[in-house]
Design a protein around this ligand. Structure first.
Ligand code: GDP
Length: 318
């Protein structure tokens, strides 16, 4: 790929988009194009069209989305559907119209059915019902990947989709009311250490198994797909193995330096017992994740510490 290619990273302020900008910059790409929401509202079809007309974009990473946990999804299902569908239709249609040479669309492993065989292969998509708690988001993401397939078929575009497993890394959400387990445990272990607590509360039984991918590995996989001769398809991106929430909590405590005991809270939900992606499709093409979980958590803890002071100020102001 030409290092002067004009690469639009949609959603550059998010966890995935910011990792992409870091990765592409490191790889020497000179023309990374970004827009804040204030300057380009991706749900505005006219604005998106004008942007593509003026900017001469060669490659798009479509990492912009309205995201949120269970609570947000079930409270605002219309917004999750509308905003994500609008972003996808506007960007994908404009990318086709203005002859973008490649587009990488970012989905999520929640697109797969609730009761999937494990590890989850790409072809399990749409074989049985979805998990109802994030259905609005999942339906919009399925529509996005189906649009990529349909545009490739009808217009000969080269649009590919990636489906990452649970992500973590810099710029994660550390708000305990809406965060996922890894950033939540980092914050809780840090605060427990500061207070000198003897115990750390962990939700659920500790037995569910999850797979965790550092967002820099996802950016690496997406860049790999951009640079190699891949013109279509859906690709799971993960590390290929999972661990229990108990084991995860132990690693987090080790990294943070909290020496107390884990106490499991069975009044909180366990969620699905296991979620592991089959990553052999991308593996067979020669890509695999390289960031070890403990190393990734150590780097994420450093990022957390950088932001912790300002997080507390926001909390006090609120
Ligand atoms: P999921 O992967 O979609 O189920 O979402 P989460 O990352 O929120 O939760 C994964 C697992 O971690 C569940 O079994 C939770 O009960 C467990 N867990 C343990 N402690 C926490 C916590 O402090 N916050 C969250 N979000 N999950 C926790």
């Amino acid at each position: 790929m030409d290092k002067n290619a004009r690469i639009f990273v949609a959603g550059h302020r998010g966890m995935v988009g910011s990792a992409l900008v870091r990765r592409l910059t490191e790889a020497g790409y000179q023309n990374i194009v970004t827009r804040t929401k204030a300057h380009l509202d991706l749900t505005d079809q006219g604005g998106v069209n004008l942007f593509f007309e003026e900017e001469n974009i060669d490659v798009v990473f479509l990492a912009a989305a309205r995201v949120g946990g269970i609570l947000a999804n079930s409270t605002f299902p219309a917004s999750f559907l509308y905003e994500n569908l609008a972003i996808e239709t506007n960007v994908i249609q404009a990318a086709c119209k203005w002859n973008v040479s490649k587009l990488v669309f970012f989905g999520s492993s929640c697109i797969y059915p609730k009761n999937c065989p494990q590890p989850i292969r790409e072809e399990y998509l749409l074989t049985s019902p979805l998990e109802p708690t994030n259905e609005a988001y999942a339906i919009a993401k399925i529509a996005g990947l189906k649009m990529c397939e349909a545009y490739n078929k009808q217009y000969g575009t080269r649009f590919v989709s990636v489906m990452p497993t649970n992500l973590y890394g810099p710029n994660d959400n550390y708000d305990l009311k809406s965060s996922h387990v890894l950033p939540a445990l980092i914050r809780k272990a840090h605060e427990a250490k500061q207070r000198g607590d003897a115990t750390l509360p962990v939700w659920g039984s500790g037995t569910p198994r999850r797979e965790f991918l550092h967002v820099d590995d996802l950016a690496g996989a997406a860049t790999y797909l951009m640079e190699n001769d891949v013109s279509e398809g859906v690709f799971n991106v993960g590390v290929g193995h999972d661990l229990t929430i108990r084991d995860l909590a132990e690693i987090v405590c080790r990294v943070v330096g909290f020496e107390g005991k884990l106490v499991f809270d069975p009044s909180k939900p366990d969620g699905t017992p296991r979620k592991l992606l089959d990553v052999s499709k991308l593996g067979d093409m020669g890509w695999k994740a390289s960031i070890e979980l403990e190393d990734g958590i150590r780097a994420t803890y450093a990022d957390f510490l950088d932001k912790y002071a300002s997080m507390q100020q926001t909390a006090v102001a609120a």
